[in-house]
Design a protein around this ligand. Structure first.
Ligand SMILES: Nc1nc2c(c(=O)[nH]1)N[C@H]1C(S)=C(S)[C@@H](COP(=O)(O)O)O[C@H]1N2
Ligand SMILES: [Mo]
Length: 391
């Protein structure tokens, strides 16, 4: 799709495509025409959770610091650019659009260099992608999360144009943000970087994005160009991207090998071992984020994220009751977040525990906290999250 397509046609086509590629959502669309936005209706109020301490306060965006959302307050399907969560490990470098260059180097037939205009003049496409930080979790009530429309160019096209040579193994994405780190008592300058295998990098949905929700990519989100790797944890989406390097060895930087590394107990061919894995695709996860009340009617709402595999269902359970199906926002597309809503009928006064779980079309069910592998790192906190509330 190129930029000459009429925006209206594009979005209609995207919507249809999205609904079809997520089977369950297409079926749901006929029955839930109203569930377009989770914004509060007039007179609707938030029911406070009893598991969120009074001291839990979301700070406004401040330069160079982490920003997370109060997930109870999510009121739009696309997260505002100004409120989309922020994580940056080495500050937020300012790049001048005119002097910006993206270089493709290493094991390629043609090393390439693009200005921002060169990239914008290429065929480009827009897609909905939601993601969370690999460090998101219960302790932040899931606040490191967002969903946006991204426009950019195909990574695959660029790699094909460069011509990856035989024997190449990894594609490394370097940001401009560089910090001094002390490693073994030596001060070294390190850029933020992440890598992908060639197969992972060649997925057609991977994009080098220069627009977010119809605006030029904002400074904090990686202006002017970032990677967007749909279905992966946020760490893969390298911001302030200036170099893509192709090499024949594994890249072992801090954010591949030391941080964003989950240490967990795994059965390795019959032996229980503690092993590390680099954070990659998003695990199958849902979470309740709010309960609303309007005229005595309660709704339980939340989100699901995963690697893009179609979903079979999202279900909600109240106390020891049965699992009941929630409605999934029919606007959802393959890689967007999936907002869900459940009408809590016959809610009784008192304390309640409410929980959600998501199941994909392959029958994989979101793990309970008991089923989660034993792990000592906080990365990949994807288990079913029980919430408590008093009506
Ligand atoms: N250059 C650069 N890119 C980066 C990071 C960073 O520190 N530097 N942080 C990563 C992490 S850990 C996450 S979760 C996402 C967050 O993207 P956002 O701030 O736009 O939400 O960016 C990723 N890309
Ligand atoms: Mo992250």
């Amino acid at each position: 799709m190129n930029s000459e397509d009429k925006p209206q046609d594009q979005s209609r086509r995207k919507l249809l495509k999205g609904a079809l590629s997520t089977g369950v959502l297409a079926a749901g669309a006929a029955t839930v025409p109203n569930l377009i936005l989770p914004a509060l209706a007039q007179g609707e109020t938030l029911v406070p959770f009893t598991d969120v301490p009074d001291t839990f306060n979301v700070r406004p965006v401040r330069p160079n610091s982490v920003h997370y959302l109060d997930t109870r307050e999510i009121t739009s399907y696309f997260t505002d650019n100004d409120d989309f969560y922020l994580v940056q490990h080495y500050g937020q470098p300012e790049i001048d659009n005119d002097s910006y260059r993206l270089r493709i180097t290493g094991m390629v037939d043609n090393e390439l260099e693009f200005s921002l205009q060169d990239l914008m003049d290429r065929n480009n496409f827009e897609q909905q992608v939601g993601f969370e930080c690999g460090g998101n979790g219960r302790r932040l009530f899931q606040g490191l999360i967002g969903n946006a429309r991204w426009r950019g160019v195909s990574l695959k096209d660029i790699l094909e144009e460069a011509g990856i040579q035989d024997g190449a193994k990894e594609i490394v994405f370097f940001g401009t943000d560089i910090a001094t780190e002390t490693i073994r008592e030596r001060e070294v300058e390190k850029a933020f970087a992440r890598s992908l295998s060639i197969d992972d990098a060649m997925r057609p949905e991977n994009m080098l994005a220069f627009e977010m929700n119809g605006e030029p990519l904002p400074h904090y989100h990686g202006k002017p160009v970032r990677a967007v790797i749909p279905g992966w944890y946020g760490v893969a989406n390298v911001k302030w991207l200036t170099q893509i390097h192709i090499q024949d060895t594994r890249y072992m930087g801090r954010f591949m090998g030391r941080d964003y590394v989950t240490l967990k107990k795994t059965n390795i061919g019959g032996v229980e071992r503690w092993v590390e894995n680099s954070v990659t695709t998003m695990n199958l996860k849902s979470s309740i984020i709010r309960v609303t009340e309007l005229g005595g009617q309660y709704k339980i709402q939340g989100f699901a994220l995963n690697d893009g595999t179609s979903l079979r269902s999202i279900e909600v359970k109240v106390d020891d009751g049965p699992w009941e199906r929630a409605e999934i926002n029919p606007r959802s597309t393959k890689y967007s977040w999936k907002l869900f809503s459940y009408d809590w009928k016959n809610a009784t006064p008192g304390e309640h525990t409410i929980i959600s779980r998501v199941t994909d079309i392959n029958g994989n069910v979101q793990a309970t906290l008991d089923e989660m592998p034993e792990q000592v790192s906080f990365w990949e906190d994807f288990g079913q999250f029980p919430r408590t509330i008093t009506l």
